[in-house]
Design a protein around this ligand. Structure first.
Ligand code: MG
Length: 203
């Protein structure tokens, strides 16, 4: 199973990171060991002092495909979940400065919490699907697919040019603005609309 993560897919997040808005989708990957299973705590790693949350809608691929045309991309997923792309911002900053790969900052153990449930897209308005993250009861991130730079279908078309997509692959579709640091003791709760999707405790 592959985990794709899209970078800078919301203009206001690109702005808060002082990054340019991309003209084609940016992506990187995490290994399957990055998945933090639902209900499990996240253990703050000793190699970073600045782990940030990035709450993201997650698309689950439902069949094998490559070179998928955008107009057919909707046939390759049925369900949407919610996750976090945990990022060691201090290590990422060094990677960016030195032009090094990002895995050390993005692909570590437990860096990809995922919701237990995925919601059938037939129940959702994919044009304006809202989601949010609460940190200790305070809303810290709110997003909507209406603000995505690249739609889910465009992302699937792009990724499948480079790699065969397989059933069960996940696409973390990028984070809206409001990313910030976590601390030991935090409780992170993610919502699609009003529906609670996950709770992650930081230990
Ligand atoms: Mg991200």
């Amino acid at each position: 199973m592959k985990i794709f993560c899209i970078g800078r897919n919301y203009a206001n997040h690109a702005k808060e990171m002082n990054s340019e808005v991309p003209t084609t989708p940016l992506f990187f990957m995490k290994p399957d060991t990055a998945i933090l299973r639902p209900g499990m705590p996240f253990f703050y790693p000793e190699f970073s002092k600045d782990i940030h949350f990035e709450c993201e809608l997650v698309v689950k691929i439902n069949r094998v495909g490559k070179n998928i045309a955008e107009k057919f991309a909707h046939k390759y997923y049925d369900e949407i979940g919610l996750g976090i792309d945990f990022t060691a911002r201090d290590l990422q900053k060094i990677c960016k400065e030195k032009g090094h790969p990002w895995e050390v900052a993005k692909a570590f153990e437990g860096s990809a919490p995922i919701s237990k449930d995925f919601i059938s897209k037939s129940e959702l308005d994919l044009e304006n699907l809202t989601f949010s993250l609460q940190q200790n009861g305070n809303i810290v991130q709110e997003g909507t697919t209406a603000d995505m730079i690249f739609s889910i279908d465009q992302l699937i078309a792009h990724l499948s040019k480079y790699m065969t997509l397989k059933k069960g692959d996940l696409i973390y579709t990028g984070t809206p603005e409001g990313v910030g640091p976590i601390a030991i003791g935090d409780e992170l709760k993610g919502f699609i609309g009003e529906r609670e999707m996950f709770v992650v405790k930081v230990k």
